[in-house]
Design a protein around this ligand. Structure first.
Ligand code: ZN
Length: 140
């Protein structure tokens, strides 16, 4: 049985990062459909319709991930994966730049180690620690 499976998979694309993402989509939309239906109740037709849409997306993602796994067009699948990785990098880049603040800098109080957020480009300023009241001068 295992051998037959391996023979079947020979020359086929298999699983990559994009496939894994699709499998997460399946789970996410499957759960979303359940949540929407529970939240909407039996009488809510809009919620029922939204749940059905989620079911379809989940189902389509299953089919698509399977299709990619057993596909023999490896170049095309690799290209899809590259596109996926490019978008993933872009999106994670947006999150990263949002978390690194460009207008403020974090200083540590020399006495107690309390982290203090200070606006940048203000020249030399005296910072007083909100925790222990120590004053120290820093160039921002
Ligand atoms: Zn302090």
């Amino acid at each position: 049985m295992k051998e037959r499976f391996l023979r079947f998979m020979q020359g086929r694309y298999g699983v990559d990062e994009f496939s894994r993402f699709l499998i997460w989509m399946v789970i996410a939309f499957w759960l979303l459909a359940i949540v929407i239906r529970m939240g909407g109740g039996a009488e809510n037709h809009a919620a029922a319709a939204a749940g059905t849409v989620c079911d379809y997306i989940s189902f389509a993602a299953i089919i698509y991930s399977w299709f990619r796994m057993i596909s023999k067009n490896i170049a095309k699948r690799q290209n899809e994966n590259r596109v996926y990785l490019k978008y993933k990098q872009k999106i994670s880049g947006i999150f990263k730049s949002a978390s690194t603040d460009k207008t403020h800098k974090i200083y540590k109080c020399p006495k107690c180690g309390q982290k203090i957020r200070v606006p940048k480009h203000k020249g030399k300023i005296a910072i007083s620690c909100p925790n222990c009241r120590t004053e120290f001068v820093k160039k921002t």
